[in-house]
Structures are given as C-alpha cells and as structure tokens.
Write a protein of this length. Structure first.
Length: 85
C-alpha cells in the first residue's frame, strides 16, 4: 500500500491540522458559529468525545468536522503555527 493509500487517522487536534481538517462549532442556544482554533489546542489531545461549551453563553456546542479547502499559494497559517512549536 502506498503512502497516499494509507488511511488517515484523525484522533487528535494535531492530526486534524496535519491532514488539513477543521472543527467548527455552533452553540445550541445562542446559535453563535465559530471555528475552533486548532493551533492553540494541545496537539496530542483527542477531540473525540470532548464537550465544547459556548464562550458567550456557556451552552453546549454542536461540532462539525470538514476538510479545509485552500488555494495552492502556500501552506495553511494554522498548520505553520502548529509545526513551529
């Protein structure tokens, strides 16, 4: 199996950054929608099973995972920030 055919494991915040994914959250009560700043999350910590709370009202947040789509101009700023740690 070639490297491009190997499965991508997305278990930690670092895995998400490494493979170009993002987490986005929407508050269940006040409906505020924000991206999770993955560059400020501990790279080795798992996001699976985590409970996220709204920083505005404290209610629970629904999380969605999606792949980041960018131009081919250069690497992602958050990924560069995380790699430079």
């Amino acid at each position: 199996m070639s490297r491009s055919e190997e499965p991508v494991i997305l278990a930690t915040f670092g895995d998400l950054l490494k493979h170009g994914y993002r987490l986005n959250g929407t508050c269940r009560d006040c409906r505020v929608n924000r991206d999770v700043d993955l560059a400020n999350c501990p790279a080795e910590r798992t996001y699976v099973g985590q409970r996220f709370k709204c920083r505005d009202c404290g209610s629970s947040v629904m999380i969605s995972l999606s792949q980041i789509v960018t131009c081919r101009d250069g690497p992602l700023e958050a990924l560069d920030k995380w790699r430079s740690r």
